[in-house]
Design a protein. Structure first.
Length: 177
């Protein structure tokens, strides 16, 4: 399984979607055969990422976006069902922030509620586990959704929380003027 994961990563870096998809599918098949929640979670996350990135390069193919969403949702289901058995307690936060970003970026007309819900969930888990790097993108989604809905002061407040979290957790951020 490790070899498929490594090959998937190599081809992802090269943006070679054909081979990335081939090894992602082999990774998924192997994970399904092993029935290990951690392996299944990782494989579905890899597949979600593959289809999300592929969609970024080919926005005309809506099936790629649908596949990304389906794979992330399956990873979410696996994490939710197996929370006590997962090696990494932040898996739920990672998949939640990926879904928040997906709904925020690619479903601007009807994804706001889902984006906010998943971002809030990721934020709660990040705060519980002390994994503040996960909270940064969650705050970003929440702030942007607040600005989009006309809640400027709420958006500014969330941006301030994001900045404070970065500062307190020693995460380097760049300020643009």
């Amino acid at each position: 399984m490790a070899i498929y994961k490594e090959l998937t990563a190599i081809y992802a870096n090269q943006r070679n979607y054909e081979f990335q998809e081939k090894y992602t599918n082999l990774l998924l098949e192997t994970a399904k055969a092993g029935q290990n929640a951690n392996s299944l979670f990782d494989a579905y996350m890899q597949a979600g990422y593959l289809f999300e990135e592929e969609y970024r390069s080919n926005r005309a193919d809506q099936q790629l976006l649908k596949k990304a969403e389906e794979h992330y949702l399956e990873a979410y289901r696996i994490a939710k069902t197996n929370q006590k058995n997962l090696v990494n307690p932040t898996d739920m936060a990672y998949v939640s922030v990926n879904l928040a970003n997906l709904y925020h970026e690619f479903y601007p007309e009807n994804g706001a509620k889902k984006a906010i819900s998943f971002a809030q969930q990721a934020l709660e888990i990040a705060q519980e586990t002390g994994q503040y790097a996960i909270s940064i993108p969650a705050y970003g989604v929440l702030a942007d959704e607040a600005f989009k809905s006309g809640h400027r002061e709420q958006g500014k407040s969330i941006c301030n929380k994001r900045f404070t979290t970065c500062k307190e957790s020693h995460i380097m951020i760049t300020k643009w003027d």
